[in-house]
Every structure is written in C-alpha cells, then in structure tokens.
Design a protein around this ligand. Structure first.
Ligand SMILES: [Cu+2]
Length: 143
C-alpha cells in the first residue's frame, strides 16, 4: 500500500512540473527481441497540447551506455534500416507523434543489465520547449 502511494506521488510530480504540462507521454513501453538483448527500443505516443510545435531533442536512460533518437525506413528489398534523428522529432501543436515499431523510436544501446518483463526503466526526455520530462517506462517484451 505504502509503495503504491509513493509511486503515485512520483508520477504526479513528473507530470505537474513547471513547463511540462503541454507534453503528455502516453503508452510508453520498452521492447526488445529478447531479455538478454544488448539494445532495446522505447515506444510511446507524445501529445502536444501546447500552442506551439515542440521537438523531442534527446533521451537518456541510466541502464544504457548510449541513447539515441532513431527513425526506421524500409528499403525496396524490405530491409529495415535505422538512422539517427540529429535534429530531433517534431511534436505538432494540438497533435501527437507516435514512436512506434517500424518508425521513430528511442534506441537504448549497451544495456548494462538484462530487461526484466514488468520492471520499469527511468527515462529522461528532453524537449525544446517543455524541457526535461522524466518517465517511468515499463518493460513489455510481449508487444
Ligand atoms: Cu534504433
């Protein structure tokens, strides 16, 4: 009970800080092909309720040696390639942008420990306007 209360309090803090209200992070989860994978992807829907476009500039997670913003594209031959989003990912005002399988994602590389189904991972997102937003992301290898 006590733990549950603490978790709720932390969640409230992370979404009610100054300047953070315009960006909402929904349905975030960490996915990897297997628990022992050395890299993983984080997917989520980013909603922007603000009057101006925002941009996801960077992400970081303590569990990963390196974290990057990636986009995916499929070649004519059906081969998926990932490329870095150097300029960030735009979240349109009044709209949303999905980081999803086969598209944009946060790439965690050089994981220091295996991913455990149901565990949560601390992810820090940096936006051009909204600043830093901390998200507790559940590991879900089943999706
Ligand atoms: Cu990637």
């Amino acid at each position: 009970m006590r733990l549950k209360f603490l978790a709720a309090a932390v969640l409230a803090l992370s979404t009610a800080g100054p300047g953070l209200a315009d960006i909402l992070v929904e349905d975030a989860h960490v996915w990897a092909a297997m628990p022992a994978a050395s890299s993983a992807a984080v997917y989520m829907v980013l909603r922007n309720d603000g009057a101006e476009d925002d941009r996801l500039l960077a992400a970081s997670a303590g569990i990963a040696a390196k974290t990057m913003l990636h986009g995916s594209s499929e070649s004519d031959g059906g081969v998926m390639t990932m490329t870095g989003h150097e300029g960030g990912v735009v979240i349109p005002s009044g709209g949303s942008h999905a980081l999803a399988r086969g598209g944009d994602h946060v790439m965690l590389m050089g994981l220091s420990e295996p991913l455990e189904q149901g565990a949560t991972l601390d992810l820090l997102l940096t936006f051009e306007r909204a600043g830093e937003i901390r998200v507790e992301v559940p590991v879900d290898l089943s999706r």
